[in-house]
Design a protein around this ligand. Structure first.
Ligand SMILES: [Zn+2]
Ligand SMILES: [Zn+2]
Length: 403
């Protein structure tokens, strides 16, 4: 998809000296663990602190704040944001806004951290230290930025991690600091970064996504389920990233437990048709090569790219308006909103059918591809019209209210 006005410009490789210094310093402090000497307590602290915070990264930064794959009340939402930020990866608003950008432009020139286009080390950590991505782009995360406590956490991005380090020191002395904090933080960082770097070059591709995302059991163990990255790129909205029973995803198991405890609500699950597709592709050992992915990407793009851009622009505008509009006005917009949602769901289904058709071969598949393309074009055009009406009506209503 072509760049829109809100796209982040082409990466500028200039690094921020302060960021590089801080990053290097934490790595040096992590070596303190080896100087202070081995102990079982230290090792357990390191592993425990690692998995606690990896959970904060995957359930918090990623599945909740970036993808809204489940719902929490405001108290638990704050707790999850706080836990995520103990991993010292900046504010949840910053993290999620850039991650949404990654999904929108995966492995295209606009992607901030594509290993195939910018090199492995840039995608792993270079971009984090670069000058261009220091600020939070609120326009991509308006749904979450409306909470003042999250904006506060974004401004005080390192407060949770500092309090976490102090607590570990008070409870476990130097073992707490060197093993539980510094060494574990370095491991959490690189564990998280591998999803952007390694998981776009290493592993199996099951779904014909237009990007280079892969699946790996090993990385699913290391990152509590994030290793099913190709699954995730294919269907980013679901809370589980392991789509089949054997695809180990402890983050999801924990969220499932949270649902039983009535903390987590509205867990979004994988539709049966997608589960079947994952199963079918693996059982038949279908190797979907990069040529097919490219074909899907080109064809999806060709099916109404100008409309795609218009939909993106209007959706952003609508997201921004929705949070500011009064409840009485929202009721008047209910029908339009329902048809917008129906349009979005239909489009998602068509894209999945499309990818499925492309991964088959033969004349029947060709015919089906053409049909889906026509249907996609129609749906996109209807969706764009609905959004246009929605934005216009909302604007008129809010003008009446302020008048
Ligand atoms: Zn990715
Ligand atoms: Zn994601």
């Amino acid at each position: 998809m072509a760049a829109s006005s809100t796209a982040i410009p082409y990466p500028n490789p200039t690094l921020r000296p302060a960021a590089v210094f801080g990053f290097a310093l934490v790595h040096v402090c992590a070596l303190g663990a080896f100087v202070s000497g081995f102990s079982w307590e230290g090792l357990l602290l390191c592993i425990g602190s690692y998995y606690l915070r990896i959970f904060g990264v995957t359930a918090g930064y990623h599945r909740y704040f970036s993808h809204r794959a489940f719902k929490l009340n405001r108290f638990w939402q704050f707790c999850l944001a706080f836990l995520a930020q103990t991993s010292a990866q900046k504010g949840v608003l910053w993290w999620a806004s850039l991650h949404r950008h990654h999904h929108r432009f995966s492995d295209t020139p606009q992607d901030i951290h594509s290993p195939t286009l910018r090199g492995f080390w840039w995608s792993h950590m270079g971009w984090i230290l670069a000058r261009d991505y220091e600020e939070t782009d609120i326009s991509r995360i308006q749904d979450m930025a409306k909470f003042p406590e999250l904006r506060w956490l974004d401004r005080n991005q390192y407060l949770p991690t500092m309090l976490y380090a102090i607590t570990l020191y008070l409870l476990f002395d130097w073992n707490g600091i060197f093993w539980g904090y510094f060494l574990s933080t370095v491991l959490v960082w690189h564990g998280t970064f591998t999803i952007n770097s390694v998981m776009h070059v290493f592993g199996k591709k099951v779904f014909p996504t237009p990007d280079t995302s892969r699946n790996s059991f090993l990385f699913a163990i290391l990152t509590m389920g994030e290793g099913w990255h190709n699954n995730h790129h294919y269907y980013p909205g679901s809370a589980p990233q392991g789509f089949l029973w054997w695809q180990f995803d402890p983050t999801y198991y924990t969220l499932w437990l949270g649902e039983k405890l009535r903390i987590v609500k509205g867990l979004r699950r994988v539709p049966e048709r997608i589960r079947e597709m994952a199963n079918g592709a693996i059982l038949a050992n279908v190797k979907i090569g990069d040529a097919v992915s490219e074909a899907v990407s080109n064809a999806i793009g060709a099916a109404g790219d100008h409309l795609g851009e218009r939909i993106d622009r209007l959706s952003l505008e609508w997201e921004g308006m929705r949070s500011r509009i009064k409840t009485s006005a929202l009721q008047k917009l209910a029908d339009l909103e329902a048809s917008r949602q129906a349009g979005m769901t239909h489009l998602e289904e068509l894209q999945s059918d499309y990818a499925q058709a492309v991964s088959r071969a033969g004349a029947a598949a060709e015919k089906r591809i053409e049909e889906i393309r026509a249907e996609m074009e129609k749906t996109k055009s209807q969706l764009a019209d609905t959004l246009e009406k929605l934005v216009e009506t909302a604007r008129t209503l809010s003008e009446c209210q302020t008048a």
